[in-house]
Design a protein around this ligand. Structure first.
Ligand code: HGY
Ligand code: MN
Ligand code: MN
Ligand code: MN
Length: 398
């Protein structure tokens, strides 16, 4: 907050724990330009995922203030540092930005973590009211918002491969998060004959490989489907799946596990393709578990539609980025790379509040992210700040 205040912004914290810093401009009633990213990280994270976007936003406004241009902005600009974008604890990502966009699931306050502690418990522990009414006040009126911009590390290898420091995002893959719970017959590792086992670990292993095969070779699955005909190859672009978390009970080397639970994260650029993979995977889960005589449940933890960034705001962002790149020491010419994002971002939630959503990607070494190895070049961050300043300049009375 103090950085925001230092940049001359009016600051507050909303009832979902999002931090806000807003300029006091002449026409305070004009539609607001929101700039932000998330405060939280994954476990064992890097230093830039989320935080880079917040610091870029605050720094750009601080430079405008130093240049005496803050007052000349013809629209209010507001920095938002979102809470709980990653969804690590509650498995339901974008809680902070979804509250602002007005798309929080009605049961959001009752979502619980592994130990049964709810979102409401945690908010109340931190002296928030945590009622449905208090969350209604977090929601922004779509008519009051001009657009949303997010600066973020690419978290992928494209910019580094192309040799560009910056890129503009044309879309963000949709994502589905599931929790698969497999329960079998717990037993003695030494006495139960193999053909009589109802082994939840072996079942889970088969399901995980099934998911991987489905996403590695989707055309086998979608080669031809009577109802919808051939799936265009590009609709399967960006199709990825991950099992990032698995737990087993009782987790002893000489016990056939009775219960194995694992998370599933499926993403694709095309929402229909993603939904088809989710339903095909679910069919195979139930079929294989029946064959193995184990029970299973599939819990839908989160669904986010793909977001498309193709508005006037993105055009302005491209223009600003291209002029920033020309000012770089390495004097990079040529079109600004336009790329898809496989990583999810608060911009997906914000695309439900405003059609004008744009993202500026910053190259990161080896495309590594969600790891302490995450790193960026100072010059690239400088270029991102310059691009954001050039973008903001288009919202300043000259
Ligand atoms: O999971 C994601 O894609 C993002 O980092 N929350
Ligand atoms: Mn992340
Ligand atoms: Mn992020
Ligand atoms: Mn984000």
């Amino acid at each position: 907050m103090s950085w925001m205040q230092d940049a001359g912004l009016k600051t507050w914290v909303d009832q979902m724990g999002n931090l806000h810093g807003r300029t006091d401009t002449v026409n305070a009633t004009a539609e607001t330009l929101l700039i932000g990213s998330h405060l939280d990280t994954v476990v064992d994270a890097g230093k830039y995922d989320g935080s880079l976007g917040i610091i870029c936003a605050i720094s750009a406004l601080k430079v405008l203030r130093i240049k005496g241009k803050l007052e000349k902005l013809y629209r209010p600009v507001e920095v938002i540092a979102f809470s709980d974008e990653e969804g690590v604890r509650f498995q339901s990502t974008f809680l902070g930005s979804a509250a602002i966009a007005g798309i929080l699931p009605p049961t959001a306050l009752q979502i619980s973590d592994k130990s049964g502690i709810t979102v409401q418990d945690v908010l109340r522990e931190n002296s928030f009211e945590a009622t449905d009414e208090s969350l209604v006040w977090v929601k922004y009126n779509p008519k009051s918002v001009w657009g949303y911009v997010e600066v973020h590390i690419e978290q992928g290898p494209v910019l580094e491969t192309l040799g560009y420091p910056l890129g503009v995002v044309k879309g963000i893959a949709g994502q589905t998060r599931l929790k698969v719970e497999v329960s079998g017959a717990q037993g003695h590792a030494g006495t139960v004959p193999m053909l009589m086992r109802q082994d939840s670990m072996a079942a889970a292993a088969e399901l995980i490989v099934t998911l991987e095969t489905l996403c590695k070779y989707p055309d086998k699955l979608f080669a031809y489907d009577e109802q919808c005909g051939f799936f265009e190859k590009e609709s399967l672009a960006g199709l990825v799946c991950t099992v990032g978390e698995i737990s087993c009970w009782p987790s002893a080397s000489n016990v056939i596990p009775g219960q194995v639970n694992f998370t599933v994260d499926i993403r694709a650029i095309d929402d229909e393709a993603r939904k088809s993979v989710v339903s095909e995977f679910s069919n195979q889960v139930y079929r294989k578990c029946e064959q193995r005589m184990v029970n299973c449940t599939i819990k839908h933890k989160h669904d986010a539609e793909a977001a498309h960034c193709d508005s006037e705001l993105t055009l302005q962002l491209k223009h600003a980025t291209s002029s920033a790149l020309r000012k770089m020491p390495s004097d990079i010419h040529g079109d600004v790379p336009i790329l898809m994002s496989g990583a999810g971002h608060d911009a997906m939630a914000m695309s439900h509040l405003t059609k004008q959503v744009g993202m500026l990607f910053v190259r990161c070494r080896g495309g590594i992210s969600h790891s302490p190895e995450e790193s960026v070049l100072d010059d690239d961050v400088w270029a991102a700040g310059l691009a954001l300043l050039q973008f903001l300049d288009q919202h300043v009375n000259q």
